[in-house]
Ligand binder design. Structure first.
Ligand SMILES: [Zn+2]
Length: 255
């Protein structure tokens, strides 16, 4: 595998956006394996499918590519806000590839896969409606806030121009699959608690440390009036899924 773009493919294109799209999509079709099942390639949808850009011919999983020039981004532009939220809440979104590429070196710098089940409405930011000067006045787009996705859901494939080992990528995806929650409310809770556990800079932690987030979680989930039991319940879910271990007396260890 090579991080370089095939420049010959863009010879007949003129706009910057079109050239970027053609180069990055061509790169994925030529170089990317399926991070779900390990198939040696994924294929591009021939016509402009609204939901996804690529699919795996073996396991049929679908992927969408989002690319951006420059250094690693903390947020990435996506399409219409309402459509995105609808796709997430109805479990119809594909897995995402987030790509950062260099326009001067014409190569991929970073490539991260975000499996679909890590998407929750909280990571989607509403953008300002387009102004009256715009052709699509009032249209509301969205950003994906990458920092809000738990690290288990940001699977590195290329990092600063270096490929990760394919088996490691497949293992990371498999491990992440343990966190699948179809119900969007359960998924939001699980992602919140996982983010908090990830933010604790220690292998060992205590229940009290999570209780400190009671107000924060109450703000995010105003319909829930039993935040502390909910925290304990989500820790049980993380234990059952093999991400943490219960040591007793409100002590835990990350696995
Ligand atoms: Zn596959």
């Amino acid at each position: 595998m090579d991080t370089k773009f095939d420049m010959t493919i863009a010879e007949n294109y003129h706009s910057r956006a079109q050239i970027a799209r053609v180069l990055t999509e061509n790169w994925v079709a030529k170089n990317m394996f399926c991070p779900r099942c390990g198939n040696f390639q994924i294929k591009q949808f021939s016509n402009n499918k609204p939901v996804a850009d690529f699919y795996c011919p073996k396991c049929k999983n679908q992927f969408e590519l989002k690319s951006k020039a420059g250094s690693f981004a903390h947020k990435i532009n996506d399409g219409a806000y309402d459509t995105m939220i609808l796709r997430i809440t109805s479990n119809q979104n594909p897995d995402f590839f987030l790509m950062n590429y260099s326009r001067t070196e014409n190569c991929v710098k970073d490539l991260t896969m975000v499996p679909k089940h890590f998407f929750v409405p909280e990571i989607i930011e509403k953008r300002k409606p387009l102004s009256e000067n715009s052709r699509r006045v009032g249209w509301v787009g969205c950003n994906i806030i990458i920092d809000k996705i738990p690290e288990q859901g940001r699977i590195k494939i290329i990092s600063e121009g270096i490929f990760q080992d394919k088996n490691e990528v497949l293992n990371d995806v498999k491990k992440g699959e343990l966190l699948i929650e179809k119900n969007i409310s359960s998924r939001s809770w699980l992602m919140d608690i996982l983010n908090i556990v990830n933010s604790i800079n220690n292998e060992y932690f205590a229940l009290d440390e999570l209780y400190l987030y009671e107000d924060f979680l109450a703000d995010k989930h105003p319909d829930n009036h039993n935040i502390l039991p909910k925290i304990r319940q989500q820790l049980q879910v993380l234990r059952d899924k093999g991400f943490i271990e219960f040591l007793g007396r409100g002590k835990y260890r990350k696995l």
